[in-house]
Design a protein around this ligand. Structure first.
Ligand SMILES: [Zn+2]
Length: 506
């Protein structure tokens, strides 16, 4: 599919501070182009709040100006301050009724990717949710066109990069933000297929295949399977590079289209917002879109979207059931609300098998999931968490991904996996190999976001591929519960940019 269709409006690069083609100038930096210096100084001279509030005024260029200043930066602020200001400037432009803003993109000595990040911040503000686009077509676009003025010799490259990344983020926001019916698993399949015509797409929907090959996923799917439009899907997307691959990136995303908690139902008013529990799978889809656009010449990429609804009903799985995973590990269910690890585990195991059977070069497998409330309270809103296994940790992977996240406005906290995280899931009685979860919510469980990573390693047999094994395998779990974007905020599509910058570009 053409990029234009995935963008919020016509987006063009402007070379000069031109008057024609625009109806307003959006400025976010204190340092303004010479043409605007006088009018800015004039306002500053009588308005003490000028550099701290959003304002709209007439300029000498014959165009009105919206000034949404980047806040005064401390040592601890990051590039997201520019993204926020860019979004605020467009928000105000839309509110004022302008249709064709020209955004003046600042430079920064401190933030090397400020231009790209600022453009992304602006584009993000222009996103219109898929259901509004479909149901009220006249509201498809918030403005008719956006021009950006980038004062950098690489302006064209930056712009191209921003458009590819934003189209990927839009796909992720559509899937992640769509309501539980619009983005039910079969409709995610229908949404995905036309987008990825140049990748190989394999969809697993047959219940017998799911039961035999992905039994932990099927346990979650059991209740939802009674309603045709809610039936689960595992969607594999594969990109094979034209040259022999030097590395293989394998991504598994949690796509719980609605999480009621299952039989351990989310009671007491904590269920609303649970349609965002598919943002991990949404991020995988977005990442695959960048792959399909950039077509890396020697990187092999396989993505999997684990789309399932955690429903309640007479067929739902319950605690105390013992279910054998694809890898042959006997799992005792402890809490049906710990469905995220269930729906990803056997798909992660399948990725492990592919890496081994096909001897894929330099494979690195990921799980990406809005997995635990614990991740939200420990990293705070806006931050993702990285948990590397021993093999990935040996390469210092988490620090590299964290550095990219810092540069591109998708920050991460790094967590360390420890033996106690494995011990927590240890079997208690004869007949079980691992306990899926305790019965308390993750926020009341010590190390509540590290423990599921240990579970995923154990239940898939990845524990047999440690640093001293014959076939060490790199595995990283990303918990994005803090960063995915909670209602009433839009889904953020994190951490697509950081992953692309770490794993598709060296
Ligand atoms: Zn849950």
């Amino acid at each position: 599919m053409g990029l234009e269709k995935l963008l919020p409006c016509t987006v063009t690069l402007s070379k000069i501070l031109a008057k024609s083609g625009h109806d307003v100038l959006c400025v976010i930096d204190r340092a303004v182009p010479n043409e605007l210096a006088e009018v800015f100084e004039e306002h500053r001279s009588y308005d003490k709040a000028f550099d701290s509030v959003v304002s709209c005024f007439k300029s000498n260029l014959g165009l009105p100006v919206i000034y949404a200043p980047v806040q005064e930066l401390t040592d601890y602020d990051d590039v997201r301050c520019y993204q926020k200001a860019a979004a605020q400037s467009l928000q105000r432009a839309i509110k004022s009724g302008f249709k064709a803003p020209l955004l003046v993109v600042p430079n920064s000595k401190r933030f090397s990717q400020v231009e790209l990040c600022t453009v992304l911040g602006a584009l993000e503000e222009l996103y219109v949710p898929i259901q509004l686009r479909e149901e009220v077509p006249e509201k498809k676009k918030r403005i008719s066109s956006l021009s950006v003025l980038i004062n950098n010799p690489n302006a064209e490259k930056i712009m191209k990069d921003a458009l590819v990344l934003e189209s990927a983020r839009r796909i992720a926001r559509d899937i992640g933000g769509g309501d539980p019916e619009r983005m039910a698993p079969p409709l995610v399949e229908a949404y995905i297929e036309p987008l990825f015509a140049n990748l190989s797409v394999t969809v697993i929907s047959d219940v017998d295949v799911l039961s035999n090959e992905y039994p932990l996923f099927e346990a979650v799917n059991r209740a939802a399977n009674c309603v045709e439009r809610h039936q689960g899907r595992i969607i594999f997307l594969e990109y094979k590079p034209p040259k022999p691959a030097r590395k293989t990136v394998m991504l598994v995303g949690k796509g719980v289209t609605y999480d009621t908690g299952g039989a351990d139902i989310k009671a007491g008013g904590v269920m609303a917002g649970m349609s965002r529990d598919k943002c991990g799978a949404a991020a995988v889809a977005g990442f695959m879109h960048v792959v399909s656009e950039q077509k890396p010449e020697d990187i092999h990429v396989i993505g999997a979207l684990c789309m399932v609804r955690n429903s309640v009903g007479e067929e739902c799985y319950v605690s105390d059931e013992i279910i054998t995973s694809r890898a042959g590990v006997r799992v005792r269910i402890g809490n049906t609300d710990a469905e995220g690890r269930m729906c990803m585990a056997d798909v992660l195991c399948r990725m492990k098998e592919m890496a081994i059977e096909r001897d894929l070069p330099n494979a690195h497998i990921f799980t990406i999931a809005t997995l635990t409330g614990h991740a939200f309270i420990s990293a705070g809103e806006g931050q993702s968490i990285i948990v590397d296994n021993s093999v990935a940790a040996k390469e210092d992977h988490a620090r590299k991904l964290q550095a990219a996240g810092q540069t591109y406005g998708e920050p991460f906290e790094v967590s360390v996996l420890r033996q106690c995280d494995f011990d927590f899931n240890a079997p208690k009685v004869l007949g079980e190999d691992v306990v899926q979860s305790n019965s308390a919510p993750s926020v009341r469980t010590p190390r509540g976001h590290q423990v599921p990573a240990a579970f995923l390693i154990k239940v898939t047999g990845l524990d047999k591929h440690g640093v001293d094994s014959k076939k060490p395998l790199k595995y990283t779990h990303l918990d994005i519960a803090g960063s995915a974007g909670e209602y009433p905020n839009m889904p953020t599509a994190a951490p697509i940019v950081a992953l692309v910058k770490t794993h598709l570009i060296d």
